[in-house]
Design a protein around this ligand. Structure first.
Ligand code: MLT
Ligand code: MN
Ligand code: ZN
Length: 295
């Protein structure tokens, strides 16, 4: 199984257009590469690909990924889009795929409902091209292609339900992907608020975990005077601190852990910060756009 990180930043990217925080300023000064918004592409063999989330940066992300570019006429190697949730920065890119012959979307009923009745993204997309919805049932394994299969798992969250969803389960999911041929397993979890026992079981023993790296501090935004919402209140377990993901993950026996979905304020985005050194001292990584993983 191949995975390519298309976007390693959280919503807004890095730097964020209206943000002058120290990390955005450092990125603008060249201290670290810019990063686009959260999305990955997965494939069994490098020929047929699945997006997990479609970010507002999807067009540039596809163009930056030779394997995702069309072959000949309009034959795109993109088979479908899997969604972890209905967040705007994880789904707005669906509208940018409107030139497709059709778009297949794998999403839970909760996410599908939000995209139809709430943000209306799928209702709008349907006016441009056929949209096929495949219902994702948390806990149920389903085949993707060529021995690559997938299981969504529910991610409990108290984050704001911006559009109001009638069902709680499946509002946010993670995906565990398995390659029958290599036996490799990979977990993609860009949004997690707490590592519950059930989530630990989904993560344990995987060859590679790409996990929520949104904020270092729980009060990261508050420290910068950028708002009062905590990382946890936004649905994101902070990386740092005694009860952060950096402290909790080592016990799960994951071979390779990569942080993704970094908010523009997160100091781990910069190569020379104490926080980045702590991540690396724990044997973990901070994703960049274009990172490729094979399991
Ligand atoms: C989220 O992941 O919580 C939302 O997409 C908001 C964000 O990423 O900024
Ligand atoms: Mn996000
Ligand atoms: Zn910033």
């Amino acid at each position: 199984m191949l995975l390519r990180v298309l976007g390693s930043a959280a919503g807004g990217g890095s730097p964020q257009w209206n943000c002058g925080c120290p990390v955005c300023a450092a990125v603008r000064s060249g201290a670290a590469p810019a990063r686009t918004q959260s999305s990955v592409a997965v494939s069994a063999d490098g020929r047929r690909w699945f997006l997990v989330n479609a970010s507002p940066d999807v067009r540039a992300q596809i163009e930056a990924s030779p394997a995702l570019r069309p072959r000949g006429d309009r034959a795109t190697p993109l088979e479908a889009v899997l969604l972890t949730d209905a967040e705007l920065d994880h789904t707005l890119g669906l509208l940018l795929l409107r030139e497709a012959r059709g778009v297949r979307v794998h999403a839970t009923p909760a996410v599908h409902e939000t995209l139809c009745e709430g943000s209306g993204i799928l209702r709008t997309l349907e006016r441009y091209c056929p949209v096929e919805w495949r219902a994702v049932v948390p806990g149920a394994e389903f085949p993707l292609v060529d021995g690559l299969s997938c299981r969504a798992f529910d991610v409990p969250t108290t984050k704001r339900d911006r559009f109001g969803t009638s069902v709680a389960e499946g509002r946010v999911v993670g995906y565990r992907l398995t390659d029958a041929r290599s036996g490799g397993t990979l977990v993609y979890l860009p949004g997690v608020q707490a590592l519950t026992t059930a989530l630990r079981a989904e993560i344990a023993g995987s060859a590679c975990l790409l996990v929520d790296g949104t904020c270092w501090h729980d009060d990261e935004l508050g420290r910068l005077g950028l708002g009062a919402r905590t990382s946890r209140a936004m649905g994101h377990l902070p990386v740092g601190g005694p009860d952060g993901s950096l402290a909790q993950l080592p016990s799960l026996g994951v071979r390779r852990t990569v942080f993704v979905h970094m908010n523009n304020t997160n100091p781990i985005l910069l190569p020379d910060t104490p926080e980045r050194r702590l991540v690396e001292d724990h044997g973990m990584e901070v994703a960049m756009d274009g990172l490729e993983v094979e399991v």
